[in-house]
Design a protein around this ligand. Structure first.
Ligand code: PMP
Length: 365
């Protein structure tokens, strides 16, 4: 039954069961209004409350200082790549990018349409390392410095916030937002698509330091102009109301589950458990990522030796599905297996995966 599906997908991904049950209860009549939230105006009092509560929850959960504005846009992570450049590139016409995998590479490519992009270290042929900061070539004149805090496809996560000597930092936290505490005041802008840790697809959370607003390029579409979106309190035009509604509930669920502090603790436990199984497998399972930048959230690994045995990997996926474990296939550009351990995945879910991995190894090595 759907009840027992173990969803290790990279996104859209598992949502807390409690949230889905609540949505189900309200789907036809939201708070006894006789209407679904989906059928209500984005200017209704009901949606205004949801919009405000979602923003407040982001602020509380991440301890966002008052001089940072929180807003919601559409267009996904890819839209945000362009929006970032169009909102911030204007200052000097150039920006620094740290490319550590698929998504930061795409962000850099998108930004090139709007200005000069300087890669602070050469793009690696195979991701899996973050070059030491002392080797980076930072441009002190950069409008901003950009990096992806967690590379969803490649499994590379920053173990630190880069030091940029005053240049505003822009971070893509699509796949690890709300999974660990961090100091928002170190950033100029943080964004994240909701569809992994905080809700359904369709909405992107953007947090911007106030003094960086007001500088968008003339060509910037109004819906991507952070200054205008903020001015209209994220109802500049029709937002993805249903996505924001569900996200508001997920954020509340995080609060009630011990906040980001507990998400971080659980995330460490879950990823330690899975990496432990990989390390203990005597190279039957292997993860190609440097130990100091292994993602706690998206864990890519090969089966049947460090190069991977594709036949065995096919079989692994088939056998996993027989145990109701789904969406474990690695990204098409990387191959192998990838387990995504977002907030809604419990330690017990990971323990079941690890138990299966041990049995599979015993049968096939
Ligand atoms: N950044 C990261 C880190 C992602 O994982 C993704 C999507 N997997 C994106 C950006 C792109 O998001 P979208 O598909 O919403 O454009």
């Amino acid at each position: 039954s759907s009840q027992s599906a173990l969803n290790f997908g990279a996104g859209p991904a598992k949502l807390p069961r409690e949230v889905l049950t609540e949505v189900q209860k309200e789907i036809i009549s939201y708070q006894n209004s006789g209407m679904s939230l989906m059928e209500m105006s984005h200017r209704s009092k009901e949606y205004s409350q949801i919009n405000q509560s979602a923003q407040n929850n982001v602020r509380d959960l991440l301890n966002v200082p008052d001089n940072y504005k929180i807003m919601f846009i559409q267009g996904g992570g890819l839209g945000a790549f362009a929006a970032v450049a169009m909102n911030f590139m204007n200052r000097t016409g150039t920006a620094d990018y740290a490319v550590t995998g698929t998504w930061s590479a795409k962000a850099a490519q998108e930004a090139e349409k709007y200005g000069t992009v300087n890669l602070v270290f050469p793009k690696a042929k195979k991701p899996g390392k973050i070059p030491d900061q002392s080797t980076w070539t930072l441009n002190p004149e950069a409008s901003y410095f950009y990096y992806c805090d967690n590379e969803t496809v490649d499994g590379v996560e920053f173990p630190y916030i880069p030091e940029t000597h005053g240049v505003p930092i822009v971070a893509d936290m699509s796949s690890n937002i709300m999974t660990r505490k961090f100091d928002v005041s170190k950033f100029g802008c943080i964004f994240g698509g909701a569809q992994k840790n905080i809700g359904p697809a369709g909405v992107v959370v953007v947090i911007v330091r106030e003094d960086l607003l007001g500088n968008a390029m003339k060509i910037c579409p109004t819906v991507f102009n952070f200054t205008q979106v903020h001015k209209e309190n994220s109802v500049l035009n029709t937002p993805a109301t249903f996505s924001v509604y569900v996200m508001e509930k997920v954020l509340k669920w995080i609060k009630e589950s011990g906040g980001v502090e507990n998400m971080e603790k659980q995330s460490q436990r879950k990823s330690d458990c899975l990496y432990g199984a990989i390390t203990d497998s005597n190279t039957f399972y292997s993860c190609p990522i440097d130990e100091n930048c292994r993602s706690r959230i998206n864990i890519p690994f090969r089966v049947g030796g460090p190069q991977g045995n594709e036949e065995l990997e096919e079989l692994f996926l088939e056998e996993a599905e027989k145990r109701f474990m789904y969406q474990l296939k690695g990204h098409r550009s990387v191959g192998g297996i990838r387990a995504s351990l977002y907030n809604a995945i419990s330690y017990e879910d990971v323990a079941l995966l690890v138990k299966f991995m041990k049995e599979f190894q015993a049968q096939h090595q």
